[in-house]
Design a protein around this ligand. Structure first.
Ligand code: LMR
Length: 314
């Protein structure tokens, strides 16, 4: 059993499902949970710890009430913030969640100075920007989870269409989360064959639209919240890659520092994840239409960043 500690801030549906997933996989010795709802966080810690025992996992889950109890984590995941309701876009959450993000990041970094931080709150790319700015951290230490989720959704719709074994489907996306993602069918494969050779353009376009709308589809059905199983599982893959220094390549939201021709803006790109967080940003050779879609995606994050700079950070 390793001696790793993971902290999760916000134990709503995503945070608690993530804790449950990591605990049942026996991936760390401790999981610390933090939430402003004291009874809920204690209940979750007990319930998830007991589920770990049922899974014969040694992971212990603890509730932290005071800021200083939530300390010395190797990885901290921030899911805190409100979720959208039907009819809302993720961007509608911008100013509310920016306020929550700046509050929680301060105590997270004070008591967990060595932790790699994964942001899950929406609007994702703008929340990574907010966290980086509030913490004044290098970009390798604060990373956003979205691309793995969007790729998983795209794989799901490919599987639904083609009926292949899930292990044979590799879907690639980059750019912003959801509506702003840039699909990469030429980097996506089914049994090693590029998607563009297996499916007609109309079918690919249909899959892309379904993927972009994947989060909203679930929000509409749930009425009072958003998806959590897929977001939590996707986050668990990032946590594992960092804890186990896997050097795994995943699409993640990071601050671009010249890559793809952009500076000081956050977007989803393929990165290598290891013990130091983002260890490498991979630059794919995009075709002209992908470059154009990526620039639109960047422009929409830039709009949110401008709002943050004018209305929040001033
Ligand atoms: C998702 O895509 O499931 C999340 O970003 C939550 C949402 O608001 O859709």
């Amino acid at each position: 059993m390793n001696n790793k500690k993971v902290g999760i801030i916000g134990v709503g549906n995503v945070g608690s499902t993530l804790a449950f997933t990591l605990a049942s996989k026996n991936k760390c010795s401790q999981i610390l949970l933090k939430d402003i709802r004291e009874n809920i966080v204690q209940a979750m810690a007990l319930d998830i710890s007991q589920s770990a025992n049922a899974a014969k996992s040694n992971t212990i889950v603890k509730a932290c009430i005071k800021d200083e109890e939530f300390k010395d984590c190797d990885v901290v995941v921030i899911t805190a913030g409100i979720a959208r309701r039907p009819g809302m876009s993720r961007d509608d959450l911008l100013l509310t969640n920016a306020k929550i993000m700046t509050q929680v990041i301060q105590s997270a970094i004070t008591f967990n100075p060595n932790a790699i931080i994964i942001v899950v709150s929406n609007p994702l790319d703008a929340m990574v920007y907010t966290a980086l700015k509030a913490a004044n951290y290098p970009r390798n230490k604060i990373i956003g989870m979205a691309g793995i989720l969007d790729s998983a959704r795209m794989s799901h719709f490919i599987l639904e269409k083609l009926g292949y074994d899930a292990g044979q489907i590799e879907a690639s996306v980059m750019g912003g989360h959801g509506d702003d993602m840039v699909p990469l069918p030429n980097f996506s494969t089914v049994a090693g064959v590029p998607l563009s050779e297996v499916l007609e353009t109309d079918d690919i376009n249909d899959i892309v639209e379904k993927t972009k709308n994947g989060g909203a589809q679930i929000v509409k059905l749930l009425e009072t919240g958003s998806a959590y199983y897929a977001p939590a599982y996707a986050t668990s893959l990032m946590v594992e890659a960092i804890l186990e220094d896997k050097k795994e390549v995943y699409p993640c939201a990071v601050r671009l520092e010249g890559e793809y021709g952009y500076e000081d803006i956050v977007s989803g790109v393929p990165v290598m994840l290891g013990k130091d967080g983002v260890e490498k940003v991979i630059e794919l050779h995009l075709n002209d239409s992908q470059k154009e879609e990526f620039s639109k995606s960047i422009a929409s994050v830039k709009e949110l960043v401008d709002t943050l700079e004018n209305k929040f950070f001033k």
